[in-house]
Each structure stands twice: as C-alpha cells, then as structure tokens.
Design a protein around this ligand. Structure first.
Ligand SMILES: [Mn+2]
Length: 353
C-alpha cells in the first residue's frame, strides 16, 4: 500500500507539509483546489502551485480528492453538458502533472453528514458524531435558518454562502428517485471514463457517508450490491471506487473486508478508519484500533494484504487529541497515530509471509 495524507493547501490547513513528510511511510498528499466551485475547469497555474509545494517536500500529488460534481449533473439537467466538459478538461490537466487517481462522490446536495463535530469520548478526546434520530427528524429548511445565525457551524454543503441556494436545490431534487440518480451517474461516467482511460487516470467514487438516505434525498453508493452495479454500468478498470471503511462501515450490514476481496482490482484508493456504532444507529468516529470501534480494522488491512494491494491509502479522519485545534476530523496527531497502526498491522503481516 502507498500511504498518503490529506492536505487542504497552503494557508488552508493547520498541518504543514514539513509535518506530513515526517509521518513514517507517508509518500504523498491527497489534495484539491478547494476554492474551485463544483463544475469549474481547474486552472493550470493553481494546479502547478500545489505540485511545486509538494515537490519541495518530496511528496507526490498522485491522488486528488475531490473534483466535485456539479449538482446539475446529478440532477440530469441539460446544463450538465458544460460542467461535464469542464470535468473532462480537468481530468486532462491533472493527468499532465502526473495525477493517477481522482476521488469524487455522487451524493445529492450534501457531502458527509454529521450532527456534532466535537463529541466527547470517554478519554476526553473529541470526534465527529452522527445522531440518527436528529437527522431523521430534521427539516433541512428549518436547519438552514438555524445555521444561518451560527457563524461557528462548519459542515460540507452547509457553507454560509450556500444556504440561500439550499432551499431551491432541495426543491430541485423533489421527485428525483434513486433510479434517476443511477441514470445520471451512468450518463456522467459514459462521458468521463473514456477521457480518464486515455489519460491514465483512475476515477474512484467515494461511498455515501453515511450510507443511507438523508433528508429524503436519494443515495446510491451505499453497499456491496450497489458498488457491484456501479462497477458494471461502465465496466472499465478506470471506473473504480474509493473504498472508505468508515463510511460503509457505519451500516453494520456492510462487510468491508469482504468488499476489499470482491472489488480488489477496482480500488485505486482506500480510506481506512474506525467507527463505533451504537444500538440506536448513532455512530462516532474513533481511533483506528480494533478495540475502540465496531470495525475489525485488522481484518480489513489483512484483506488488502491478501490481495497484494498496491494502491493508495489514507487514514481518513482522526479524533481531536492533545488540545490540537484543527479542521474537524483532520488533525495531525490522531491521523498520524492511525497511519502507524495501519503500518503496524501491515508490517506484521509482511513478516509472517
Ligand atoms: Mn472517507
């Protein structure tokens, strides 16, 4: 496995490239141009700026997360054509600087969803938390009002500048079914996978987080059957997945290790982290250790080891520990500990061979 670490960019991240290069075995950053809106063609000068910064620190930029998909593509609107063309051009440009994998997702309106960003764990650390009843009872329109008055609120999809558009966006999805979303995803993939193939870039869809419908919006990348369907609708090695253990694992019916084995050659990128699932369906992110969460991280890493995995891995999220102030889930310390845990398992498996 090739270890990587997500980095949000110069003056946009509390973690520095100097720090990242000192995490054992970490060879590259997972990056994006975070100021580019979904649907934009990424400017080459800004791409090169990230590449130069990474080069100076001996880190590669092989993995981009994410090139976001414009809502018009997910909605299947005629205006999607321009955004798809921009996406194709962005793939070509990223290939020119050596990018090998592009992670993206196809979740309507909202990216990952949590109800609390600093849930306190028994040891005093804090982590991202999802309270199922709260989301299920939530009227997104009422929530928009509430959040508009709270400058400290940060959740993807809920940015202040986006709130006024949120209501109309939610209305646009009225009547859009899961099957509609599948059709729109297939249309998108049929346009971009040939470009990805020609340019040697593997597309890797991130599963929906959490892997079920929220706010009445359809979600389709949620389980093993649906991932199988995704891989079949455009059957190319360049149409792959970002296998995120924490996202899929929030549903106890999902067996992540089994997915690693079934989809082995279609996983260019892996997110490996743990979650603790409670009986009422709530879940909280935990350390990577098997004893701290509900997922058997050892079995998952062993599955990657058994298939001879050579793709990219990142520890995904971490808790907030040692008073670190950082982006929710994206501190240095716990993600670095997570990497060392993953290497510990991996190196032990190597030795046993
Ligand atoms: Mn993930």
């Amino acid at each position: 496995m090739k270890m990587t670490f997500r980095w949000f960019g110069e003056s946009n991240d509390t973690v520095s490239l100097d720090q990242i290069r000192q995490i054992p075995g970490t060879e590259g950053i997972v990056w994006a141009l975070h100021d580019q809106p979904a649907g934009a063609e990424w400017p080459m000068d800004q791409i090169l700026k990230v590449k130069r910064a990474a080069d100076r620190h001996g880190l590669h930029i092989d993995v981009v997360e994410s090139v976001n998909v414009h809502e018009d593509i997910k909605l299947g609107l005629p205006t999607r054509e321009t955004y798809i063309e921009n996406y194709q051009r962005t793939i070509e440009k990223l290939a020119q600087v050596g990018v090998k994998v592009i992670c993206y997702n196809f979740m309507p309106v909202f990216d990952w969803t949590r109800t609390q960003l600093d849930k306190e764990l028994p040891d005093g650390s804090t982590a991202l938390f999802y309270e199922r009843a709260k989301v299920e009872g939530m009227d997104p329109a009422a929530l928009v009002e509430e959040i508009a008055g709270d400058p400290t609120f940060t959740m993807p999809g809920w940015e202040p500048e986006r709130l006024q558009d949120l209501i109309s966006l939610l209305q646009a999805y009225q009547g859009v079914t899961a099957e509609d979303l599948w059709a729109h995803l297939q249309y998108f993939l049929e346009k971009i996978i040939p470009v990805a193939e020609r340019n040697g870039v593997r597309m890797a869809i991130h599963p929906d987080d959490p892997p079920w419908s929220v706010f009445g919006l359809p979600r389709i990348i949620t389980n093993q059957d649906n991932i199988r369907r995704l891989l079949q609708i455009v059957d190319s090695p360049y149409n792959g997945i970002t296998l995120c253990s924490g996202s899929l694992g929030a549903d106890p019916d999902n067996d992540v290790a089994q997915m690693v084995r079934e989809f082995a050659d279609r996983i260019p990128f892996a997110h490996i982290r743990n979650v603790k699932i409670f009986e009422n369906g709530d879940f909280v992110e935990t350390s990577h250790r098997v004893t701290d969460g509900s997922l058997d991280i050892y079995e998952i890493v062993k599955a990657y080891h058994d298939i001879g995995y050579t793709g990219y891995v990142r520890p995904d999220h971490g808790r907030h520990i040692w008073n670190e102030s950082c982006r929710p889930g994206y501190g240095l310390y716990d993600r670095a500990l997570g990497i060392m845990y993953l290497w510990g398992i991996w190196d032990s498996l190597q030795r046993r061979e």
